[in-house]
Design a protein around this ligand. Sequence first.
Ligand code: IDP
Ligand code: MG
Length: 136
Amino acid sequence: MDRTLIIVKPDAVARGLLGEILTRFERRGLRLAAGALRSLDEATARAHYAEHDGKPFFPRLVEFITSGPVFVGVLEGTEDVFAVVRTMMGTTNPKESAPGTIRGDLATETGENLIHGSDSLESARREIALFFPDLA
Ligand code: IDP
Ligand code: MG
């Protein structure tokens, strides 16, 4: 069974959208294999987003993701679950996200786009190992 990592970002937790977001995945038929509220330290945030190190938005991204509690979870329930989750999230820039997606229904700004989801099976494996080493 494939698994994928989600992070419900500080903006979503602060806005009280954690339940709404998890409900969408559960109603789709996905299950939480693990999950917890956490406050990410800078080293973990930098490791998680290492592919973006050096980009103009990287410092702000690390500052944002460490700015408050996040919910880190592992979803499972179907083959290519990462792709199902990515489709449900919507595009990175919420202004372009389709209605019906999490970002398209609930967000407007790229810097506060509510949710992270692994972008491939390889990314999912790496990210799950970072946050839930017991599951890897
Ligand atoms: P994704 O979250 O849709 O996979 P990525 O390109 O992996 O998008 O970027 C990671 C995160 O970095 C985004 O979700 C967003 O929070 C932030 N980000 C990406 N591009 C920009 C940008 O151009 N300006 C500000 N923040 C950005
Ligand atoms: Mg990404």
